[in-house]
Design a protein around this ligand. Structure first.
Ligand code: ADP
Length: 261
């Protein structure tokens, strides 16, 4: 798409044409840079767990096997790394599937309260481990959305709320009526996000603290998946956060209207 900016200087129609072409090249170059950056990022992210696994295997072959305790410790780490590796692959596949727009949205009349309860069941061990409570403050308003994709949004947001909260925290899922739209909010009492990171938080592979995210098994792709899913539903997603106090992730979805199906 070439963007034409009407700048008037006398009668020079051709001048406008040249300006339009320049803009288009800039955009193409930016897309190309984004693509090569992405490939470089993916390669780096895939190589990291492999390098670590290889290092542990080498140490074991070099005599580490003699100690049963060391062997067990290293195998546990290797197991966690392979887990993260496969999560990375499945996140990348999810992202490319949603981003390419190939899959049709499978929209239906959807209530979020039962969906959050399903997510609670999936994450109940992690909630219990950190003694974190999850309160669901949602009424009977239905939205027009893809159930599987919105479940993925909720899993990612609630999982992050657990990951980035100290033990004993509280997570609340709330909503606000916005006319034709419903706004949903997932709030935590976690570590919060520094102000200068907030504009970048939905970028692929962006992490405030790489080491911490990795330790938690993060891939750095969760929030970009959330953003893509919500935007495919023509909704908006944003975050409000205070360092050391907690974060609230907001997203909007279109309300279900009778006769829509
Ligand atoms: P990750 O796999 O690293 O969690 P995400 O894309 O889900 O990747 O999130 C990107 C980054 O945003 C995280 O690494 C973390 O720094 C920050 N973040 C996400 N959710 C929260 C939250 N609820 N509280 C504090 N920081 C968060």
């Amino acid at each position: 798409k070439v963007e034409i900016i009407p700048i008037r200087w006398g009668e020079e129609e051709e001048g406008q044409g040249v300006l339009a072409i320049v803009r288009d090249f800039t955009r193409m170059r930016r897309l190309e840079t984004m693509r090569t950056d992405f490939v470089a990022n993916v390669s780096h992210e895939l190589r990291t767990p492999l390098t670590s696994i290889k290092g542990f295997i080498e140490t074991l072959l070099d005599g580490g096997l003699e100690s049963k305790e060391t062997t067990k410790r290293f195998l546990t780490i290797m197991y966690q790394e392979t887990d993260r590796f496969s999560r990375l692959i499945s996140d990348l596949l999810d992202l490319s599937r949603i981003e390419s727009g190939q899959t049709e949205l499978n929209r239906s009349k959807l209530y979020l309260a039962p969906l959050v309860e399903e997510v609670r069941l999936t994450l109940q061990d992690r909630l219990a481990e950190k003694n974190i409570t999850l309160s669901v403050e949602l009424g009977p308003t239905a939205v027009w959305a893809d159930e599987d994709l919105i479940r993925e949004v909720l899993v990612n947001l609630i999982d992050n709320a657990i990951k980035y909260s100290p033990p004993g925290g509280h997570i609340r899922v709330m909503e606000i009526n916005r006319g034709d739209e419903q706004e949903f909010i997932v709030c935590d009492t976690g570590i919060g996000i520094p102000k200068d990171s907030i504009p970048r938080i939905f970028e692929r592979f962006y992490r405030v603290d790489k080491a911490r995210s990795r330790e938690m098994g993060g891939t750095g792709l969760g929030l970009s998946i959330v953003k893509h899913i919500i935007e495919r539903h023509d909704g908006k997603v944003w975050v409000e956060s205070e360092l050391g106090k907690g974060s609230c992730f907001h997203f909007t979805l279109t309300k279900y209207q009778e006769g829509k199906e």
